[in-house]
Ligand binder design. Structure first.
Ligand code: NAP
Ligand code: G4F
Length: 325
């Protein structure tokens, strides 16, 4: 039997790399879109580069999206591409809207025109809950986004539901809470902390500047979360699901655990930089994934402490390579 084909936008990002590996393990023919850059940004895909096919396309250019759909003929499309860093969304709100919000509309429209039988996954975000209306947040919790990124994700979320309701597309949204890994971008707080901890331990850095240590997040492991994306597209009916661990921790707790992993005292190294505080903060996010547990049979495997340890250990390896070479 011919392999199922999947197309991943944002394959060069953290989740793209984990999802591509998962789909390869399941026997898929895996394709991904990359946007043109002066230097290639495919480092996260190094180990699987010869097993996947990459195509040039940009979320800003609907023609490129239609061409890649026509060329690949995917059974499943995972829309992971986004300007995903919240602080950048205040500096570049229009770009964030173009890529993260309208990009999803362009891709849905391309799917509808090229092959409406394609199953579509939209990477929605817990940032949409923003100034939270209830705790924990579930699929029915009203949204109150607090950043241009959160607003853009809300548009993408609702346009996905609208295409499902208007045209009968098999389109599902995963409302994913923060998920991290050794492949996380270095600007996000978890990876910023674990990289700094490793580099401080090896004498490559002497300070770690952070913003709001009191913010609380529900942090899970990216490898667990991409499995939920796949499960959503294997159901009989499209639907929307919260994906979360159900546990919240402060940034301070993350910092303390990360420094403890290498027997250092964070108080000696961490400084608060007011420039890193946000114009409007999301103080607390914690999700209730009961629907995903009941309907998808999904549950997280990696706990908070193991996630921190995994990330510190991977960054120690990397820092050792940096120190020796
Ligand atoms: P990420 O590491 O920042 O990856 C984003 C991807 O989008 C990259 O491959 C990037 O390509 C691509 N991209 C950006 N602008 C593009 C454009 N104009 N055209 C085409 N591709 C473009 O994000 P992630 O952590 O893997 O997250 C995946 C998705 O889930 C994102 O939509 C994010 O907003 C959403 N999400 C993430 C989390 C989380 O905690 N990680 C939680 C909820 C939702 P380049 O490599 O060229 O930059
Ligand atoms: O790691 P963060 O930048 O992630 P944030 O803003 O929660 O967004 C991430 O998760 C969303 C899901 O809820 C995704 F949709 C989004 O794409 C992204 O992946 O910041 C987490 C918290 C914030 O409260 C921030 O104020 O950490 C706080 N923080 C404190 N010091 C910091 C820092 N964040 C960053 N990036 N850098 C700091 O120095």
């Amino acid at each position: 039997m011919a392999a199922r084909r999947a197309l991943i936008t944002g394959i060069t990002g953290q989740d793209g790399a984990y999802l591509a590996r998962l789909l390869l393990d399941k026997g898929y023919d895996v394709h991904g879109t990359v946007r043109r850059a002066s230097t290639p940004g495919e480092q996260r895909l190094a180990e699987i580069r010869d097993r996947i096919t990459l195509h040039d396309a940009d979320m800003l250019d609907v023609g490129s999206l239609m061409s890649v759909l026509e060329q690949v003929g995917p059974h499943e499309v995972y829309n992971l591409a986004a300007q995903s860093f919240v602080p950048t969304s205040w500096q570049q709100p229009l770009l964030t809207g173009e890529v993260t919000a309208l990009g999803a509309a362009r891709l849905l429209e391309a799917v509808r025109r090229v092959d409406p039988n394609i199953r579509y996954y939209q990477a929605s975000s817990s940032e949409m809950f923003g100034k939270v209306r209830e705790e924990p947040q579930r699929e029915t919790t009203p949204f109150w986004p607090r950043s241009p990124y959160g607003v853009a994700k809300m548009y993408a979320h609702w346009i996905t539901i609208n295409y499902r309701e208007s045209y009968g597309l098999f389109a599902s949204c995963g409302i994913l809470f923060n998920h991290e890994s050794p492949l996380r971008g270095p600007e996000f707080v978890t990876r910023k902390v674990t990289r700094a901890v490793a580099r401080i331990k090896l004498g490559l850095q002497d300070r770690l500047r952070l913003g709001n240590l009191d913010a609380q997040r529900d942090w899970g492991f990216a490898g667990d979360y991409v499995e939920a994306m796949w499960l959503m597209l294997q159901q009989d009916e499209p639907d929307d699901y919260v994906i979360a661990t159900g546990e919240k921790h402060t940034v301070r707790e993350f910092v303390d655990l990360a420094f403890a992993r290498v027997d250092l005292d964070p108080q000696r190294y961490v400084e608060i930089d007011p420039n890193l505080l946000r114009p409007a903060e999301v103080n607390m996010l914690v999700g209730d994934a009961s629907k995903a547990r009941a309907r998808l049979g999904w549950q997280p495997r990696v706990c908070f402490a193991d996630l921190v340890a995994m990330m510190v250990d991977a960054d120690l390896e990397q820092a050792r390579r940096e120190a020796s070479g």
